[in-house]
Design a protein around this ligand. Sequence first.
Ligand code: FAD
Length: 317
Amino acid sequence: MKVTEHIRRAKGETLFSFEIIPPIKGRSITELHENIAPLMEFKPPFIDVTTSREEYVYIDRDGLLDKKLTRMRPGTVGICASIKHKFDVDSIPHVLCGGFTKEETEYLLVDCHYLGIDNIMALRGDAMKEEQYFEPTDGGHLYASDLVQQIRNLTCGKYLHEVIETDHNADFCIGVAGYPEKHMEAPSLKTDLKWLKHKINLGADYVVTQMFFDNKKYFEFVEAARKEGIDVPIIPGVKPIAIKKHLHILPQIFRIDLPQDLIDQVESCANNKQVRQVGIEWAIEQSKELKAAGVPVLHYYSMGKSDNIKAIAEAIF
Ligand code: FAD
């Protein structure tokens, strides 16, 4: 079922959802299932599965290093199918512009359609580790909005090379990313919102936000988005801090600010077990306020082990 339909049927109740990362190549899917299973009691209507950019690896061939491009965490669509099958829940693949040609994307979208996947999260993807800026793949898309257009074209049977008249078109519900603290490359929040609006105009149905640790940022973002005429659901993304290093890694990767109170609490922890507890408590407080404000869904970023998400969900749902 489409995310927008789940929200409509919830009649104002806040839903619980989360995002998982595919295992590293060669690892078993069982561990992933074991992390999802304890969260199913909170009845997530959908689970997101991320896609990682390809990266270079160096293979030693008789003393000479061979540079090869590979994906360390492949299998997003396969994992979506597996989750859907095992837990009878909607699963949402994150589909990227970066690393894929339009042809490959069409192929992937057709697979999703046949698998009964109704939702797609359409994203540009970040620059590869070796790149300073995002470089579009040859034959691929430059912006998420171009990807939204390709996905929406399928609704009227418009494939890359032909228009097919049929009664069973792939009519995906499309999610896109939004940034309460603006996207790192955007010159201003206003400009970023203009491009977010463009994604909605082209057919995106809902927005999921980048993580934020101060709810004020989310509330102000929603207000600004509404003023720009963005009227689709804006789902807040919440991430519990789990290790001390997050204080530096998260601002560096996502260009977000952390509240001083949270920084002080994390810094005073003697070990990462204590940090994990601080992260849980902070996310519970954030979640309580967001739920009271009537957000449609609380969407949690889960990195591997789900015990912290479970502790938060127990306090909120
Ligand atoms: P876009 O919407 O294309 O925006 C990128 C930048 O270009 C922005 O600064 C925007 O203002 C600007 N812009 C947009 N359109 C135009 C235009 N037409 N002309 C000029 N400027 C324009 N990354 C992954 O690799 N895998 C994932 O699974 C993943 N999941 C994510 C889930 C969520 C909820 C979020 C918030 C992010 C996720 N990301 C993921 C990260 C995302 O790929 C990066 O933040 C990326 O840098 C931007 O993606 P986007 O879809 O927002 O891009």
